[in-house]
Every structure is written in structure tokens, then in C-alpha cells.
Design a protein around this ligand. Structure first.
Ligand code: ADP
Ligand code: ZN
Length: 207
């Protein structure tokens, strides 16, 4: 069993990579952002708690996230953690219930992620992700897969993007050193097309 962590700033391509990588490696894809968005959409207690933090680009409190993750890890199947841990406290909490085998750091310049996030659109029905510049839908405003409406995530507005970046640099960037010191870090250049990033990650973690 292998537990893999994907680390990198918002817009580095964690979700896109995680979908392919989890399939390739037979891992459970656990995206804390996706779980939270689903809780918000369903109007659960957790969703109502998380919504304010998310819309401001702030982090949901560590204890809430740790409880949510612990509940979804059963110890039988390896997990690909996407968007978690995001703070040192979360990393320490995770270490207490699941060992991390490898951490993939998606390194990318800030102006590139700002460009990606502002042109990102998601399907309101099925969650498919598009990019107006690099991966536009066949029909403008419409999902190729299901015909649903393409919308902008509320936290992809420019002011919120800037805040998410500050929070990343303050709270999450220290995790790069934390995992490097443990000898677990694999760094890849994420400023390339998804295909190239995927191939590189696979080569580096299987090699
Ligand atoms: P991105 O990585 O593009 O910012 P995510 O979908 O991973 O987007 O997360 C969206 C939002 O959900 C975050 O800005 C934060 O509010 C919340 N969130 C997701 N994962 C975590 C986490 N591990 N800890 C705290 N908050 C989180
Ligand atoms: Zn769709």
C-alpha cells in the first residue's frame, strides 16, 4: 500500500493529475476541496461551516479537516491525498493515523497559476474541468460530457485567487521543506501540459 500526497499552489493542476494518477496506481483519490464543495452543495452542517472560509480563500480549521479525512481513510487501500495536508498541523495529524510514502510537489510560477485559475471553468452538473485557453469546451459555455452549464468557481475570482495564494505561501509552502527533510519529496515542473506532468510524475515515483 502506498499513500501519496500532492502538494502545490492553487492552480498547479493537482485535481487533473490526481484523477489520472489515482487510476493508474489504483489509489483512492481523496480531494479535500471536492469533498468540501460537495458538502456545501448538499447544505450539510460541515458544508455550512466550510462555506465562509472557502469563499474568502481561507483555510477550513485543521480539526475539521482532520476529522473529515480520517473518516474517509480505511487503511486497506492506498490513498492519493489531493489538497491535503495544507498546514504543518494537518501533516502531523495525518502522520498519526496514516504513513506518507511519497510527496509530489508541483512547482509552478505564480503568474502561470493566476492565468490558469482565472480561465478555469467547471461544469455545474458533473464537475468536469475546462480551461478557456488551453482546454476550451466544443460549444462555448457547455460541458462536452453532459451538456451542463460551465461556471466559474466562486473562489476563482481575482481577489480570492490573490488571498488563496497568500494563504498557500504562509501555511502550505513550509510543507515542502517539512517533507524534503524526511526524504519524501519529489519535485516536478508543473508549468507544462497535463500529459507531460503526468508522465514525469509516474517516472519519478516508480523509478
Ligand atoms: P485549490 O487547491 O485550487 O485552492 P481546493 O479545491 O483544493 O482548491 O480547495 C478549495 C478550498 O477548500 C480552499 O481554499 C480551502 O478553503 C478549502 N480546503 C480544501 N482543502 C483544505 C485543507 N486541507 N485544509 C483547509 N482547507 C481546505
Ligand atoms: Zn458536465
Amino acid at each position: 500500500m502506498r499513500n501519496v500526497v500532492l502538494l502545490g499552489p492553487p492552480g498547479a493542476g493537482k485535481g487533473t493529475l490526481a484523477a489520472r494518477l489515482s487510476q493508474e496506481l489504483g489509489l483512492l483519490h481523496l480531494s479535500t476541496g471536492d469533498v468540501l464543495r460537495d458538502e456545501v452543495a448538499r447544505g450539510t452542517e460541515l458544508g455550512r461551516l466550510a462555506q465562509g472560509y472557502m469563499s474568502r480563500g481561507e483555510l477550513v480549521p485543521d480539526e475539521v479537516i482532520l476529522a473529515m479525512v480520517r473518516e474517509r481513510v480505511d487503511g486497506r487501500r492506498g490513498v492519493l491525498f489531493d489538497g491535503f495536508p495544507r498546514t504543518l498541523a494537518q501533516a502531523k495529524g495525518l502522520a498519526a493515523f496514516a504513513p506518507v510514502d511519497v510527496v509530489v510537489f508541483l512547482a509552478i510560477a505564480k503568474d502561470e497559476v493566476v492565468r490558469r485559475l482565472s480561465s478555469r471553468r467547471v461544469c455545474a452538473s458533473c464537475g468536469a474541468v475546462y480551461n478557456l485557453i488551453t482546454q476550451p469546451p466544443q460549444v462555448a459555455g457547455q460541458c462536452d460530457r453532459c451538456g451542463g452549464d460551465l461556471v466559474q468557481r466562486p473562489d476563482d475570482r481575482p481577489d480570492v485567487i490573490a488571498r488563496r495564494f497568500e494563504v498557500y505561501e504562509r501555511d502550505s509552502a513550509p510543507l515542502v521543506d517539512h517533507y524534503a527533510r524526511q526524504g519524501l519529496l519529489v519535485r516536478v515542473d508543473a508549468g507544462r501540459p497535463p500529459e507531460a506532468v503526468f508522465a514525469d510524475v509516474l517516472a519519478k515515483i516508480q523509478g
